[in-house]
Design a protein around this ligand. Structure first.
Ligand code: SF4
Ligand code: SF4
Length: 134
C-alpha cells in the first residue's frame, strides 16, 4: 500500500540522515569544493513520484534551473528538508566523507549501504504500487 511504503521510505531517510549527520557537520561545512556547487538538477522520476505521494510540493521547474550549482544550496547548506531532497543527495558519499565515517565508526558504512539498498527497493515498489492504482 502506498501510504505504508511512503512511511517506510521516510523513516529510512531519517535514519540515513541521522547516521551521517555528525560526519557531514564535521567535514562538509569546511569542504573546499562542495558537491552541491558542482551539480544542477538531480530529481529523477522516482524522486518526483515520492514527493507527490508523500504530500510534498514540487516547487520548481526544470527550465528555471539557471544558477550555477544546485538551485537549493543556500548560505548554510541545503534549503530543502531532508525528505524533499533527491535520493542521490543522501546516497552520494564522497571518498573523504567515507573515510571520515570509517574513522569514526567502521560499521556505519555497511549499515548505510544496507539502508540505501532498502530505500532503492522501496522506491521501485512505490512506483509499481502507483502504476497498479492508476
Ligand atoms: S560530501 Fe564530500 S564533496 Fe560533498 S560537501 Fe561533503 S566533503 Fe565535500
Ligand atoms: S538538493 Fe540540497 S543536498 Fe541535494 S545537491 Fe541540492 S543543495 Fe545539495
Amino acid at each position: 500500500m502506498i501510504p505504508e511504503t511512503v512511511d517506510k521510505i521516510e523513516n529510512l531517510i531519517s535514519e540515513v540522515t541521522a547516521l551521517q549527520s555528525e560526519y557531514v557537520v564535521r567535514l562538509c561545512f569546511k569542504c573546499k569544493a562542495p558537491c552541491c556547487t558542482r551539480v544542477h538538477y538531480l530529481f529523477s522520476e522516482k524522486d518526483i513520484l515520492f514527493l507527490r505521494l508523500s504530500g510534498r510540493k514540487q516547487r520548481w521547474r526544470r527550465e528555471a534551473m539557471t544558477k550555477k550549482g544546485c538551485w537549493f544550496l543556500g548560505s548554510s547548506g541545503c534549503n530543502l528538508d531532508s525528505k524533499s531532497r533527491p535520493f542521490i543527495c543522501h546516497r552520494y558519499i564522497c571518498s573523504d566523507l567515507e573515510e571520515e565515517i570509517k574513522r569514526g565508526d567502521p560499521s556505519v558504512m555497511d549499515v548505510l549501504e544496507a539502508k540505501f539498498t532498502e530505500i532503492g527497493h522501496l522506491r521501485s515498489q512505490l512506483w509499481s504500487e502507483y502504476l497498479d492504482e492508476a
